[in-house]
Ligand binder design. Structure first.
Ligand code: NDP
Length: 456
């Protein structure tokens, strides 16, 4: 049995039965049978179930938000925001999936024709993360289902109850049990999924686990998609219209969901002409955050989901201070029960420090002063990751001079830490391989079949 604890008070929420190698194999076989019938349904029939699922999620939102908050520590308002916001994937699929999955016919000369058919992959494994289980889950399992695949969904051990709720609501919406199965367990259960023959592996999580999965499943010669971490930079130029607004938005990008967002702002560079004002407003803003019980409607900063992350953050703070950084706020965990770490601001930082190089994935930010755009570009590019980069400026051309040089899957001008189903979501370098969302995100769950024919 696997115990699930509430990270804000360390109380046991529930014990659930874990899957074994044998039950994973049984579920795979079941899903293989189910996929044959599911793939023969029309896209409209499959979409119909997904739209019903979306409606069921919204009508059960109070209970689902409580579950999400209880197992991840996400402040309750942010749980509501996530559950409501993720529904845009369903709207987008509703509007576009039939078009994206339709055959493309090409008429040639002398009665020859060619056609591209988008066939499903088969049974796909979706090994997922806990930080935004609705967003990152929907990006994979809903698109995979609409494309005609069946799905073995392994939620993170820290979002298991949410994963089990997904299964119940999908069944209620008409998705057969042999088309979607939840695989329950921790990393060792994820490992066991690598040892059986899925037709594709779709992973959201850290770079080390992603790399491990890529290597382990390579001999299977099936598609592998990895949505991994980042060390996303934000550069605040000296021409921003309102330094206070820039500071407030930058702080939200860094601290929303306690910094546990793959595209959270992880390092900030500020032009020297506005640096002092920016720091003053940024500090004021973060000092005003309400920290505490995630079930309270006013809370903005709850506990970290995983206890182990407390050590990583403390280590980044110690390392930065030992190398000359100045601690402006926070710096340590909070006394009492729960995985609480104080919102932390470090200034006078540089790229010798872990906080500017390693993913923090928590409520901590390093802010570095820069002389000009060239210095900012050099520092922004100094990373092994490639998820997002952001620039705040009133001058679009100046911002784009910076953004076009960034080797990241997403760039932002005057915004940050956002994901939209309209555009592809992808990481470069250590931030991943492959694409979710947009038309490309549904094609990821298909394989093209080329069909040539001649009229006789
Ligand atoms: P992990 O890599 O630790 O875990 C991700 C998933 O993999 C979990 O379901 C985990 O199980 C499972 N897992 C662990 N070990 C193995 C293994 N050997 N084989 C197969 N599966 C395994 O990620 P984190 O929990 O640290 O998640 C946070 C990371 O995810 C951050 O780096 C973040 O940036 C990234 N992320 C990226 C996103 C993107 O879109 N690019 C979106 C969201 C997060 P369990 O948790 O049960 O141990």
């Amino acid at each position: 049995m696997m115990n699930i604890y509430n990270p804000s008070n360390e109380q046991l929420l529930k014990s659930v039965e874990e899957d074994s190698s044998q039950t994973i194999l049984d579920k795979l076989n079941k899903l293989r049978h189910g996929q044959l019938l599911w793939s023969q349904k029309t896209v409209a029939e499959r979409l119909n179930c997904i739209v019903k699922f979306g409606a069921l999620v919204q009508s059960n939102i109070d209970n689902l938000a409580k579950v999400l908050t209880s197992e991840t520590g996400k402040p309750i308002q942010q749980s509501y925001n996530e559950i409501r916001g993720a529904n845009n994937r369903i709207e987008h699929l509703k509007q576009n999936a039939e078009k994206w999955l339709a055959d493309n016919v090409i008429e040639g000369l002398e009665g020859t024709y060619e056609k591209i058919i988008h066939e499903p992959l088969g049974v796909v494994a979706n090994i997922s993360a806990w930080n935004f289980p609705y967003n990152v889950g929907y990006n994979v399992f809903l698109y995979a289902l609409v494309a005609g695949n069946s799905v073995a969904y392994k939620p993170s051990e820290f979002a298991t109850l949410t994963g089990l709720a997904f299964a119940d609501l999908l069944y209620e919406a008409g998705v057969p049990e042999n088309v979607f199965q939840c695989i329950v367990g921790d990393g060792s259960t994820g490992q066991a999924m690598l040892e059986v023959a899925f037709d594709g592996y779709f992973f959201t999580g850290s770079y080390p686990t992603g790399l491990h999965i890529l290597k382990e499943v390579a001999p299977k010669m099936v598609p592998v998609q990895l949505e991994l971490g980042g060390k996303d930079p934000l550069y605040v130029m000296d021409d921003v219209k309102d330094v206070k607004v820039a500071a407030v938005n930058a702080a939200e990008g860094a601290f929303y969901n306690n910094g546990q967002s793959c595209c959270a702002v992880e390092r900030i560079y500020v032009h020297e002409n506005i640096y002092n004002d920016f720091i003053k407003f940024f500090l004021e803003e973060v000092e005003g955050y309400v920290i505490g019980d995630p079930e309270s409607e006013n809370t903005f900063i709850g506990p970290l989901t995983r206890k182990g992350q407390l050590n990583l953050l403390r280590n980044q703070v110690d390392d930065a201070i030992s190398k000359g950084a100045k601690l402006l706020l926070g710096g340590d965990e909070l006394a009492g029960k729960g995985n609480f770490f104080a919102p932390t601001i470090l200034i006078e930082v540089n790229h010798e420090m872990l906080v500017m190089k390693e993913e923090s994935f928590g409520p901590i930010i390093g802010i570095q002063k820069v002389k000009n755009d060239e210095e900012a570009i050099e520092l922004m590019k100094d990373t092994e990751y490639g998820l997002t980069s952001a620039v705040f400026s009133t001058d679009q051309a100046r911002a784009e001079q910076v953004l076009k040089i960034m080797n990241t899957g997403t760039v932002y001008w005057n915004c940050c830490d956002r994901v939209s189903p309209n555009v592809p979501w992808s990481g470069r370098n250590k931030s991943g391989v492959g694409t979710t969302l947009s038309s490309q995100g549904i094609r990821a769950f298909t394989q093209p079949k080329a069909y040539h024919w001649r009229e006789v």
